[in-house]
Design a protein around this ligand. Structure first.
Ligand SMILES: Nc1ncnc2c1ncn2[C@@H]1O[C@H](COP(=O)(O)OP(=O)(O)OP(=O)(O)O)[C@@H](O)[C@H]1O
Length: 825
């Protein structure tokens, strides 16, 4: 009996501007089978799986998962049992591994939210006992290999009925590839359907039961994979015969001059490396990953710090930083294409020319004609599939991006070419073209060094191979020794135990990049400033001073909470200040002496309505109308200011004594309003890290596309954030009433900037995804303190601005530096 069909893609057509990515494709996967999807770069494999997983909407045709139709909704596809490992993991970088895993699985597979870390640890442990990923690590501190492991673990944790693996092994070590194959066996044994996309034919032969070939967006048939040899599969992919011989190796290079000479180079992860590359040679660096070969290459490129001696063509060269390395003639093709190789939003032309812009300069200006011509030539030479050179590179298929980055690196006329994973994601035909190109480059006198996890590639391409182990070159293979079996044997015998990926990040930077650091540093600054002012002026810690200052903290903290909510999702609200002013103006008509309770209640109702309306309006401008949040909320800023001035051209309407007295209530020395703000701050902080809304807000701000795939509703979440921000601005206006006393239309304006300052000092990222309510509270406290201490210290008010400006600068510099330093290389 034939097993049931769990994924059916029926007659699907998908168009992108200028490209028919899929043309009437039909594809089905049965329960318990591994179905490989193969084809050249740009054939449409990822697009087909994008349509199947609901991430893309088909123009024609239909998709059914377990018999149910899916139409462009990733959450529905996921709930029906589809899990996908993408070429670029759909992870939210500012969230931790455990938070990503939690959001990444359907609700039925999630643990109670307070047990997320333990659950994530178990999942990672099930992958491997010596996995080098901690559930508490933030994803942006992981290297590509670790990110892929998290992505795979996430897909497996969803207990899928259909598992899609889109080039899952491009960044994996051999032992993890084996682990993946084991897991595939396990899931197919429980009748899961697996789609396996790969350019590595040997892998396809090893795991696939059937295979479907795509070429230029069209299906080329489905075959039984078990009986097919490598040659036949390649023929089907390219649609004909293919020259699969590696280009001939260099002969007699022993007497050639040395192009590159490296002496005693040492740096993070490697030491005392001596090597050279002769004219015409390609030298490979091999070893189990994290044994120093990649670090050595990155140090040569000036990306990692190093010390030692370097000469190129007999002249002393510098690799002190990437700029110096580049001017010495060293060019680097990064292994992490998504993070370091491409600028996704920029066009193919710009991505091509950015490494060789000097060739397009005429009288100090870039010649667009020249640039376009060169980019077009590169596209033709490397057969990059793109509608034209103005297409954003991010919309090209992975392999086509890789070809363009290589073309761009070569256009910089390197003397030394460093290539990390030259053919990642590249189809078999182009792979051979890249090998030929590298050989030609070497024969022109460029020193070529290659790092690759594919030992067949190293063996076929390189003249000499240096084996790295624990940061040292332990063996050198040359001539007839450069064959796959010998390289593998040398690699395996030189390192018996694998070391955990070492991180060169110092503990200090790791700590400052954490969530607690801003809070602790702010607390220290507040205590130090208070202690110093108290020691200089005895009146600072008096009851009178505190009674004046603390309510101001409550006002600023509340509006800062609102700003923080919005900044988490990547927004910003300039209208909060005038909104606070408008609330005061409105209430100055209702909360006056002698107003009956109904009138007061009406005032509150109107204020609530206005606040919600303003939040919604801001959202409409930003989300459906796609205005930049700064511009949108600047418009609202002006509109609200105008309304306030219309209602009260000059301040007026005194609030009743009863209202002011109740706002002035205290618990001991602490104003009730501040106590309420502190409690709210702690509650919000708890929610931020321990509730689904907190995760959703941070996830959306961190990476919207990944958040959408994880089932977070971007629109509703942003609407919630905008309304939440306005509500907190409205709330902040309540303690402000007691401070202002009447309806003053200009009273709130300054809070726009100070609320932004408070959250930034408190550790929030202006790009979204990170922040803290306790941080915002302490930021508010510090800013208020700075505004007050100048008079106690006997310095001019100008110092308020100096100090505040200095604090913003110092905190932003420190946070961004630490977040950069904590990222794994
Ligand atoms: N978002 C997009 N916008 C415009 N064009 C796109 C987009 N995504 C894919 N394409 C185009 O659709 C075609 C198919 O791309 P796809 O990524 O599906 O290929 P692929 O078979 O997965 O290739 P690779 O093996 O290189 O990953 C390519 O020409 C690509 O440039």
């Amino acid at each position: 009996m034939q097993s049931s069909i769990l994924l059916k893609v029926d007659s699907v057509t998908k168009l992108f501007p200028g490209v028919r990515a899929l043309d009437n494709v039909t594809f089905e996967v049965r329960a318990g089978e591994v179905h490989a999807l193969v084809g050249e770069n740009g054939a449409g494999k990822s697009t087909l799986m994008g349509v199947a997983s609901g991430a893309l909407m088909a123009d024609e045709g239909s998709v059914a998962i377990c018999g149910e139709r899916v139409l462009g909704d990733p959450e529905v596809a996921r709930d029906l049992g589809l899990a996908i490992v993408r070429q670029e993991p759909a992870l939210m970088p500012d969230l931790t591994v455990s938070e990503n895993l939690y959001l990444g699985v359907p609700p039925r597979c999630r643990p109670p939210i307070n047990q997320t870390k333990q659950w994530a640890r178990e999942l990672l442990g099930r992958w491997s006992q010596d996995v080098s990923v901690d559930p508490g690590d933030r994803v942006n501190t992981l290297n590509p290999e670790q990110r892929f492991i998290v992505e795979i673990v996430k897909a497996l944790a969803a207990e899928p009925k259909v598992l899609v693996l889109d080039e899952p092994t491009e960044h994996l070590l051999p032992e993890d590839v084996e682990r993946l194959f084991q897991r595939i066996k396990q899931v197919t044994a429980r009748e899961c359907a697996v789609v396996y996309i790969s350019h590595r034919i040997r892998e396809v032969q090893k795991v696939a039961d059937r295979l479907t070939v795509l070429r230029d967006g069209q299906g080329q048939g489905t075959y039984d994979a078990t009986s097919m040899d490598e040659h036949r599969i390649v023929e089907l992919i390219v649609g004909g015969e293919l020259d699969r011989e590696f280009p001939a190796k260099a002969a007699g290079t022993d007497s050639e001059p040395r192009v590159l000479e490296v002496k005693d180079l040492r740096g993070p992860g490697f030491s005392n490396v001596n090597m050279h590359v002769r004219r015409g040679e390609i030298v490979g660096l091999a070893g189990i990953d994290a044994n120093g070969q990649r670090e050595f290459m990155r140090a040569l490129a000036g990306i990692l710090p190093s010390s030692g001696h370097l000469s190129i063509n007999g002249k002393k060269a510098s690799n002190a930083n990437p700029i110096k390395a580049t001017s010495s003639g060293i060019r680097y093709l990064p292994g992490d294409r998504h993070q370091e190789g491409i600028l996704a939003e920029l066009s193919v032309r710009e991505n091509f020319s950015l490494r060789s812009l000097f060739k397009d300069l005429a009288a100090g200006l870039t010649s667009r004609r020249n640039e376009t011509q060169r980019a077009q030539q590169a596209v033709d030479q490397f057969a990059v599939k793109t509608p034209n050179v103005e297409t954003p590179i991010g919309s090209l298929s992975g392999g086509n991006q890789q070809k363009l980055v290589l073309a761009s690196v070569l256009a910089g006329d390197p003397k030394v070419l460093l290539v990390d994973e030259p053919t990642q994601g590249v189809d078999i035909g182009t792979r051979m073209e890249i090998y030929k190109t590298l050989r030609q480059v070497a024969s022109r006198g460029v020193a070529v060094i290659v790092v690759s996890s594919d030992q067949q590639e190293i063996a076929g391409l390189c003249d000499r191979v240096m084996i790295f182990s624990r940061g040292h070159v332990v063996k050198e293979l040359s001539g007839p020794e450069v064959v796959e079996s010998k390289i593998t044997a040398a690699v395996l015998t030189s390192t018996t135990t694998r070391e955990r990926t070492s991180s060169s990040t110092s503990g200090f930077w790791k700590w400052t990049a954490g969530d607690l650091a801003p809070i602790i540093m702010l607390a220290i600054a507040i205590i130090a400033l208070g202690a110093y002012t108290g020691s200089v002026n005895e009146y600072y810690f008096t009851e009178r001073n505190l009674a004046g200052v603390l309510p101001l903290v409550a006002t600023l903290a509340l509006v800062a909470f609102g700003q923080q909510i919005l900044m988490l999702v990547g927004g910003i609200d300039l209208s909060v200040g005038p909104l606070m002013g408008l609330v005061l103006v409105l209430q100055s008509f209702f909360l006056i002496e002698g107003a009956p309770p109904e009138t007061q209640a009406l005032g509150w109702t109107i204020v609530l309505g206005v606040v919600v309306l303003v939040g919604t309006l801001n959202w409409i401008l930003v989300d459906p109308l796609k205005m930049h949040p700064m511009v949108a909320t600047l418009v609202t800023f002006m509109a609200l200011q105008a309304v306030s001035l219309q209602l009260r051209p000059i301040p007026g309407g005194l609030f009743s004594d009863g209202v002011l007295e109740s706002l002035d209530s205290t618990i001991g020395l602490v104003p009730l309003t501040l106590a309420a703000a502190v409690i709210l701050g702690f509650a919000l902080e708890f929610g931020l890290f321990r509730s689904r809304w907190g995760l959703s807000f941070r996830g959306l701000g961190s990476r919207p596309e990944a958040a959408r795939v994880a089932g977070i509703k971007p629109r509703m979440t942003r609407l919630g954030a905008y309304i939440g921000c306005s509500l907190f601005a409205g709330l902040a206006a309540i303690p402000m009433m007691a401070q202002v006393g009447s309806g003053d239309p200009n009273s709130g304006t300054s809070y726009t900037l100070t609320s932004i300052a408070a959250v930034v000092i408190g550790g929030a990222s202006l790009f979204g995804g990170r922040g803290s309510f306790i941080g915002a509270l302490l930021g508010a406290l510090l800013i208020t303190q700075v505004n007050v201490v100048t008079s106690f210290l006997g310095v001019t008010d100008a110092w308020q601005s100096y100090l505040l400006g200095g604090m913003i600068l110092a905190s932003v510099a420190l946070y961004s530096k630490s977040r950069q330093m904590a990222v794994a290389k």
